[in-house]
Each structure stands twice: as structure tokens, then as C-alpha cells.
Design a protein around this ligand. Sequence first.
Ligand code: AMP
Ligand code: GLY
Length: 421
Amino acid sequence: MNVLVIGSGAREHALCRSLSLDPDVTALHCAPGNAGIADVAELHQVDALDGDAVAALATELDAGLVVVGPEAPLVAGVADAVREAGIPCFGPSTEAAQLEGSKAFAKDVMAEAGVPTARSYVCTTPAEVDEALDAFGAPYVVKDDGLAAGKGVVVTPDLEQARAHANSCERVVIEEYLDGPEVSLFAITDGETVLPLQPAQDFKRALDGDEGPNTGGMGAYSPLPWADPKLVDEVLQTVLQPTVDEMRRRGTPFSGLLYAGLAITSRGVRVIEFNARFGDPETQVVLARLKTPLAGVLLAAAGGTLSDLEPLRWSDDAAVTVVVASHNYPGTPRTGDPITGLDEVAAQDAPHAYVLHAGTKRDGDAIVSAGGRVLSVTASGANLAEARERAYAAVGRIGLDGSHHRTDIAAKAAAGSHASS
Ligand code: AMP
Ligand code: GLY
């Protein structure tokens, strides 16, 4: 089967890496891709937001499966266009992607499905904003209603900052603060059957100790040794299956990857957000542990035959990924800086540790930074401590002027306590 992956991040590099190891994948293509993905897939130029262009490329490549990585093309209807061209596509329709595209829509679905989440108000005027902030009190949680690449959320004890962010958004969701560690749980679904993957934890803040601004994610690990072994089953029963059932009931079935961002509060599990695609960087660690060949699983989701699939097989190894970000990320990042040490990692750290590229591109003989999150160093080990050691050893070989990364990814979990993030 020929497979085409749409996207250009470390998530897409992780997807391509897994697909390239799948014996059923005869040819692997990626558009637009990046300098690292070029090692495992043939790259093509395409406007990833243009459904007709993506469908035409998939037809030309005789693709038997298209996998859409990021949220923006899904919200723009790229998966619909590919399916209309008669090609199986892993990723939700534009309507179903509203679970991520609009926080207010997601709240409505959760209310209808009885899914536990933070209480919230949707506000469009300064008066409504003040009323909502007052109702919940500090710390304040203020979310831009639309897509914001993980950066539209402000959590702050400062009323003026909360008010300023809220009034800078056209439509804003203000909600109750959820205390407790966060978990990302992904599920693959064909709109009916729901197959949860292994849970992971993401580190959203830019700096060590969960300080600094929110980012798209600075690192992740899996498994979560501190989590209740019944967590996945509980979330399947109380969150994932009811949400998928409610989307189907509405006539807009959700197929693809349903990502539940959860808070484990003292009063139980609560949904922080849904995403309509694989998370980045959690995908890097989840796929590092998946032993079942990936293409067949994604194709079964696209084709509505997930219930026929054998249970997924997982490695007992732990995995850790550390994101190396550009100078000034999550603000406007500096780009064009040469990246060194990639060959050393390949020579000295493989196969346990490897680099997944995000914002990189080739410039003559050099590979240079081309985005905020530049790359994601992923490592496996017998436990989190070993995976951490290997990941950071490889990070130490990477040179990128002005870059920064967190030094505490999975540190608390490796030491036996639960990390909050
Ligand atoms: P989101 O884009 O909705 O995932 O929010 C980004 C981050 O903001 C989350 O990962 C949490 O760390 C934080 N956050 C969002 N909603 C809440 C909440 N209700 N209570 C506490 N923290 C939150
Ligand atoms: N890791 C957060 C996200 O993918 O949205």
C-alpha cells in the first residue's frame, strides 16, 4: 500500500518512521514534510490546507491511505476532499474536527454526552467576561475559542491579565480551574469502535518546573507509572466512547484520532480539551512503544473495520521525548540557524535514541532551523530513568545557537512521583 502523510512536524516524522517500518507500506510519501522526514519518505510540495490539491496528489501517487497530521487541514476539510476522491483517509471530517476547532462546540458535545469537564461560560462581551471571571475566581482560565496552536490559553492568578486576554479574543471560553496532574490519552476510532492507546504526559510550559508561558509542548513520556492501571478503561467508558457515540448521534461521526487532554483531579477525571489529531510531542513516545504495525490500524479506522482488529501490542519499554526549541519560542522564533550533531546522534545513540525533526529544512549541505519547535529527541529504555538518560545524552550532542529545552522531562515520574505539567 502507498501511504501519503500530510504535515511537517515531529509528529509527522514519528508517524512516517513507524509507517516506514511497516512491511505493508510499499511506498511512503509526505507533504510538505521536513529535512528529517526526507530520510524515510519521498517529499512533495502541496498546500496542506487545500483539500483538492491534497486529493489530487494522493490520486497521482496511487495512495491507498492518506494520514492527515495537523488540525488546520482537518478543520479546513482536507480529509473530506480525500474521501470524496475515493481514497481512504485517516482523520475526521471538517464537522467532526470542530471538537478541536471550537472549544465551545466541544463543551456542548460533552454536556450532551455527560462527559466530565470544567464548568465554563462562553463570552463575547467585556461584561460577560467580568461576570464569568468573578463567578469562578482565581486562578483564572481563559481560552480563545478558535484554533491557536496550543498558545490561546492563559491560566493566571492575575485578574487584569485574564481580562486582557479575554478581551483580545472574539469569543472566549472562561472556565473553572482544574487542579491535578494532566494526562494525554489518544484513541483511534472509526466513528463507532474506540481503541485507546497508551497514556502519556506532556509538558506544556516553556521552562523547567512548569514555569514560563504555554507552548505546543516541550516534552513527553509514557507510560505513567504513577497512574491508576484502571485509568484507560475509565476514560474509555466515561469520556471517549460517550463522545464518539454523541458525534455519531448528531450525524457527524468522528473517525480518526480522538485526543483527550485530561486532568486527574481530587474529584475524578475531567476533560481539559479534545483534539482531533495525534498530539505533539506525545505521539513520539506513544508510537515508540507501539509494536503493532501502524498502517493497518489507521486503515481500519479509515475503513470502519476497527472492531475486526486484534488487540494492539505494546512494548514494556518506557519512552521519553525532549523538544529542542528555537531562540525566543513560543514567541516569534529565530530561524535559519544551523543544526549540528545529527550524525553523531545517529552514530552513537541509535537505535535507542533518535532525532525526529519538526521545524527544520535543508540549506545546501546544512540542516537549519525553520520553526519554533525544531526537533524532538526520542529515546526508549527499560524504565523512564534509562529512557531519560538516553534522551538527554543525545540532546547534549545537538548544537543549535540560542536554542532551549527543558531539563526536567519525566524527572519526577522517573523518581517515583507524578509530574504535574
Ligand atoms: P488547552 O489548550 O485547553 O489544552 O490548554 C492548555 C493548557 O492550559 C492545558 O494543558 C493546561 O495546562 C492548562 N489548562 C487548560 N484548561 C485548564 C483548566 N480548566 N484548569 C487548569 N489548567 C488548565
Ligand atoms: N501536546 C499538545 C498538543 O498536541 O496539542
